[in-house]
Design a protein around this ligand. Sequence first.
Ligand code: NOJ
Length: 444
Amino acid sequence: MKNEIEGGRYIMSFPKDFLWGTATSSVQIEGGYLAGGRTPSIWDNPPQGKVKGDANPQIASDHYTHWREDLALLKELGVKSYRFSLSWSRIMPSPGQVNKEGIKFYQNIIDELRRLKIDPLITIYHWDLPLWVHKLGGWLSPKIVKLFAEYTKVVVDAYSDKVQYWIPLNEPQPFIMNGYMIGKHAPFKFRPLALPKLTRHCLTAFNQSAAIIRKYAKTPPKVGIAMAAGAFIPEDESEKAIATARHKSFYHKGGLMSNRWWSDPLVKGKRVRAYGIYSLKRRDMRAVQTKLDFMGINNYSPFQANWHSVNENISAEQKNCMGWVNDGRALYWTIRFFAERYKLPLIITENGTCDHDVVVSGQVNDTKRVKYMQDYLANLKRAVNEGYEVLGYQYWSFLDNFEWAEGYGPRFGLVHIDYETQKRTMKQSAYFYKEVIKTNGENI
Ligand code: NOJ
């Protein structure tokens, strides 16, 4: 797990080919929700009262028309890679229909990224289920496995000559749990007892999608998943405290439902029982366990035993604008515990913070975000120095965007979006990150 180099010394800086990058997702930035033959996803027309300010992502950051300007900004940032997702209903607007214009939209993006020498990391599904798939039962129906496989085949045929990194699913935890168990996210269902079925469909669909990528990719693929991953921070760095935090990170309530419930079956083929009712069947494991080339880690905050009471004692300065605790050690311990448990190379597929950033005299002085990045990146560097195999880091997010049920209030971007004019402004954090990339992390 620890990659010692000769002489027993650890690698002392980021590898030369480290994938510095930044991430987005289709429905959060694109807009153009009916343009070029696209049909709606489950997020485009949220029922009243479900999204703050009754916002919707129909226009969002209008990346659909500004994509070329946006990719030029990526070049300006100097990123080596860019993680983005495909809109299923842009590519397949109805059952069995492949939309040439939709295919072309991402083709253009991939070609331009290649020209700019930026590696595309493609997320195939980032929560924007086509409405037509939802009407066929969505993630509640076993049909999703075949439908997702068909969609995967279409995108692999279209893009795999120029794409190496594939992430079939982003964060199953929230889209299944928020979407189908507690009704907080689209499609706003309340079916808590359906978790075993939803998990089975989700992980089986992932497995089939990965198999299709491996079978049909025109260039040797690297397949991973982006997990909503987290860890408890040990109280001190004694072996005892570390062992306690490690155990809680996979067995305590939050860790169990977020980390172990999804990753143990997928990576180890190990079924997980929880709360008596949530148990996957032994016979499902063969259809679920999947060979991964890397594990994607989406990490924001440390796990806490009692989220609310602990949170109360934490100052606003240490929290993001949605109340999440900012503590860079969360990233170090998540990397360490995941590397130890799953023995896979990691890519930090998301990490970032939000604020209510404003443009003043043409500038966005998001000093809090810069501090956040310094803290989290120092912890990332510690993990790399200690030899944990991390292949890349994708800051979430490239652009300010539609933050799901929170609407447009929280801004996560390195680039500010004026939603009235669609003007883009690089924030102070973007200039800071540019320096990080330029020095390959030496300035951390
Ligand atoms: C997780 C999700 O993948 C992304 O879509 C979301 O915007 C960020 N985290 C922040 O909540």
